[in-house]
Design a protein around this ligand. Sequence first.
Ligand SMILES: [Zn+2]
Ligand SMILES: [Zn+2]
Length: 384
Amino acid sequence: MMDLATLEQEMTAWRHDLHAHPEFGFEETRTAAFVAAKLREFGLDVAEGIGGTGVVGTLTRGSGNRSIALRADMDALRIAEQGHRDYISQTPGTMHACGHDGHVAMLLGAARMLAEEGGFDGTVRFLFQPAEEWGKGALAMLDDGLMQRFPFDEIYGLHNMPGLAIGRFETRAGPVMSAEDNFEIVLKGLGGHAARPQAGNEVLVAACALVTNLQTIVSRRLSPADIAVVSVTELITDGTRNALPGLARVLGDARSFRPEVSADIERQMRTITQGTALAYNLTAEVNYTREFVPLNNDAALVEEAFAAARTVFGDDSVRIAPEPMTASEDFARFLEHVPGCFVFIGNGEGSAPLHNPNFDFNDAGLLPGARYHAAIVRRRLPVA
Ligand SMILES: [Zn+2]
Ligand SMILES: [Zn+2]
């Protein structure tokens, strides 16, 4: 058995190095080179440039023909870091505000542990994916032939969770994280002098009515049994203080857990927009895009993940997540190809929220995270 205290120190040093050098989605060249060098040092087969900056490490032991994938995300966010930690971001305006530095360090730790100790029979794929934050990195790897070039039967991933105590582990069967859709509605009319509203058909009053009417999609048009969110986040016009606008843009974001609900939200949004535009004598256009698909865990593999987690975190620290989250994760794209399980591990009750300028991954989660990755591999690819 390897010395876990030494491994923990190493992972902490890697994490701080990655934290100091954050890179935005599809620009993770330094991070990818760092990952590839470590994996080679541990003796894995390494392929780089998968879906842009993605890296795949492959480790085989024994003669088993089954294969499972473990995945970490590598990208940072365009947020200016606050605070005084000595490994603070060296790149102005970019930081690891979602803890992906920790996810990378953990998966490297698991690779080292499994390469040195073995204890499984089959093939493990270590996937380091780019650009999770804008929902494009997993798809980029899949479009680059990931499943054909590096096939696997199951996939596992994790995310740190602020508010959940260190050493706690949660997940659930079925829906875990939501789909994310984005929308932009453009209203056009005849703007003009602020003193002569009767001469035109300006758009601001209509846009305000539209923002209010959109609230009825969730409250009055979807089934109460369905979970969904429709949030208007921007209202932009071309008016100035004494000129009525002729153009208004209403932008926002919708979350749901089933494709039928997402389709229904779009349909209702188009109907409400056309009706509102008609009432105010305007023209309207709706652009509705789907950014993330819903993340659904395989029920049987959730039980496997819980069993592996109990050996690491202890019986009392592993529990079923009480409800799905209306945040999104592009790990869901892999689950469209193979079954798998996505889980959350505590980042501490006092942790700043994800995507906050004061957020920092809690290093106390590194070793349990790496051990969980190794435990699921040994459980799913047992030595005969
Ligand atoms: Zn994030
Ligand atoms: Zn994240």
